[in-house]
Design a protein around this ligand. Structure first.
Ligand code: IPD
Length: 261
């Protein structure tokens, strides 16, 4: 596939920074067996990755704004563009030497997510998408699953809602488990959305999720033919923390299932 200059910048930046992340992961594997564990090391690895991403992106596109999980927001001189960065999505997995984590990078243009890259450097799976140009996994075009019955689906979710409304979280979880093939809580919302776009699951929801966790992933979904919604079926707002993602056939029954009153 031919990449645009923008995606080239994003993919090259993420791949370059990921090299040191792989070395850090090796170190975590060593520290994992110590009694104290690798928590402090992981925090500094997260910050190092973030600093490098920001440095390379500012070099490539000076003036763009940035919002990033650890560093917060920097307003750019170019008000139309903003990078949205999660240096390690799946930090808890990373900390436990579990290889399910990724770098997630998105570009917002005029308030719309325009491009996204999600890269797991351990599996070497690189997901990328650009508005109206499709979503790809290691150069293969992605398509959402075509399932039509909720009973045949695999669903994924996170844990954010547990900390804001545990009652709703457990009710939704119980319903999702019993009305589908099962629920997976993988610890990386970015990879959940990327894998959903790749047809490896059928539905995803979360409540209380941050923009850097989902920005790139939401574009993977729409570019793979999927749809996004608020949890009550209303319009999706990326800043609301509320997201339901699936294919067009399943969305009505999925929203019905997510209702808790
Ligand atoms: C977390 C992951 C996880 C979700 C959490 C997020 P982080 O992001 O995306 O799947 O359940 O709400 O905070 O902290 O690993 O970047």
């Amino acid at each position: 596939m031919a990449r645009t200059a923008l995606l080239n910048v994003m993919v090259n930046t993420v791949r370059k920074v990921a090299r040191s992340l792989v070395r850090d992961f090796g170190e975590v594997e060593n520290l994992q067996i110590s009694r104290k564990g690798p928590k402090d090391f992981v925090t500094s690895a997260d910050l190092r990755v973030e600093a490098k991403l920001i440095e390379f992106l500012q070099e490539a596109r000076p003036g763009y704004g940035i919002i990033s999980e650890e560093a917060g927001e920097t307003i750019g001189t170019d008000k139309t563009h903003r990078w949205i960065i999660d240096p390690i999505d799946g930090t808890t997995n990373f900390m436990h030497a579990n290889p399910h984590f990724c770098i997630s990078l998105a570009l917002e243009r005029d308030g719309v997510i325009h491009a996204g890259v999600i890269y797991n450097p351990i599996t070497d799976e690189l997901f990328e998408a650009e508005l109206n140009r499709g979503a790809f996994l290691n150069d293969i075009k992605l398509h959402m699953s075509g399932r039509v019955n909720l009973a045949d689906t695999l669903i994924s979710t996170g844990q954010a809602e547990l900390f804001i409304d545990p009652n709703s979280y457990y009710r939704r979880l119980a319903k999702a488990h019993t009305r589908s093939h099962g629920v997976r809580i993988t610890g990386s919302a970015a990879l959940d959305l990327a894998n959903l776009a790749a047809g490896r699951s059928d539905c995803f929801w979360d409540n209380g999720i941050k923009i850097w966790d989902i920005a790139a992933g939401t574009l993977m979904i729409t570019e793979a033919g999927g749809v996004l919604s608020d949890l009550d079926g209303g319009e999706f707002d990326i800043n609301s923390g509320r997201i339901a993602a699936t294919n067009t056939n399943l969305m009505p029954t999925f929203i019905e299932m997510l209702k808790i009153s």
